[in-house]
Design a protein. Structure first.
Length: 344
């Protein structure tokens, strides 16, 4: 058609391109203002994120405004664990970003969709979201300083991780020295209830473990526990008195606190203490251990008897000994000598 003028536009990007077209002839001049809006056909992409359960990670989607006027991007965000603002503004000839967060309520994979619509340019971008929730981090690290064979009680703040009521946890511990109620109930959705944990180390040394609170559907929260147990107190001093080169019996009564027979190794701090190298203590019953004090030298000395197990550290038994001189005894000798009468 002779009355139609075709224009060709090659935009460098999305936006609004104003122009003025001047048409001249020997008989007339005409001016036409033209405004062209270049818009993207939109894009579809997949965004993947990963973080521990009940933790939060932030991601931003970049936005570029090449126009001479600010525009607003409207967001539609769906999917469990995803959140973000309803809209975001980008200045003219500037850059911006749409921030969204992923907070998985538990372990597993969570899918969602983010749709950004820019009314000024007609642009529509769709992002498919794939979030992976890993194993939850510990709610805290509990360090307990105590003495072996002495009970200590600590209170743990247990959160309501589902927000539902009633919520009942099953409680599990991976150390035998940790004990408490087998279940724990949450009475509030916005604050944690306290759980009473008992710690009774059977031997000295450091132990590491955990306490877990598990819901019926497998979600859980947990605490890491470090127990630093010092040596148990001495059971007292045993006074022993014995003549040199003789022996006196020392008897000690002890109880095995475990649910199975316990093999104990005896350790003597001085050569004057002698006795059996081992003892098998029955479960939950008192038993008698007997050793002997047999001094070879005339002196006062102190010694320690230790009964050692790989599972339980029993208290040590100090002893103080006084050694008296030996009594008279007959030597197997026959002696003879010359008298004055024999010399005459």
């Amino acid at each position: 058609d002779e009355n139609i003028l075709k224009l060709q536009l090659k935009p460098l990007g999305t936006g609004i391109y104003p122009a003025r077209l001047t048409l001249t002839s020997p008989y007339d001049v005409r001016v036409v203002d033209v405004e062209v809006t270049a818009q993207s056909m939109g894009q579809t992409a997949v965004l993947e994120m990963e973080c521990p359960a009940r933790q939060q990670v932030l991601q931003e989607v970049a936005l570029v405004n090449t126009t001479d006027a600010p525009f607003s991007a409207t967001a539609t965000l769906t999917g469990k664990g995803y959140s973000g603002p309803r809209d975001v503004s980008v200045p003219a000839k500037g850059n911006g970003a749409y921030p969204w967060t992923f907070c998985p309520p538990g372990s597993g994979t969570y899918t969602g969709t983010l749709e950004l619509n820019i009314a000024a340019t007609g642009e529509r971008n769709v992002y498919n979201l794939v979030g992976k929730g890993g194993e939850p981090l510990a709610e805290g690290h509990l360090v307990i300083d105590c003495q072996a064979r002495s009970a200590v009680t600590k209170r743990l703040q247990v959160p309501n991780i589902t927000g539902a009521l009633p919520l009942v946890y099953n409680v599990y511990a991976d150390l035998e020295i940790l004990s408490g109620p087998a279940t724990h109930s949450c009475t509030s959705t916005n604050r944690g209830d306290t759980y009473k944990l008992s710690i009774t180390p059977l031997r000295s040394g450091n132990s590491w473990g955990s306490v877990s609170f598990v819901t019926e559907d497998g979600q859980y929260c947990w605490y890491s526990v470090e127990v630093k147990a010092s040596e148990p107190p001495d059971m007292g001093t045993i006074q022993v008195s014995c003549p040199v080169r003789q022996a006196v019996s020392i008897k000690v009564t002890l109880t095995n606190p475990t649910d199975k027979p316990l093999l104990l190794r005896s350790q003597y701090s001085t050569p004057s203490l002698v006795g059996p190298p081992t003892l098998v203590a029955p479960s939950k019953e008192p038993c008698l251990f007997e050793c002997f004090y047999a001094p070879l030298l005339l002196r006062k000395e102190e010694g320690v008897l230790r009964l050692i197990s790989d599972e339980v550290r029993l208290p040590k038994h100090p002893s103080a000994a006084a050694v008296s001189g030996p009594g008279p005894f007959q030597l197997p000798l026959s002696l003879s000598c010359l008298s004055n009468l024999d010399r005459d």
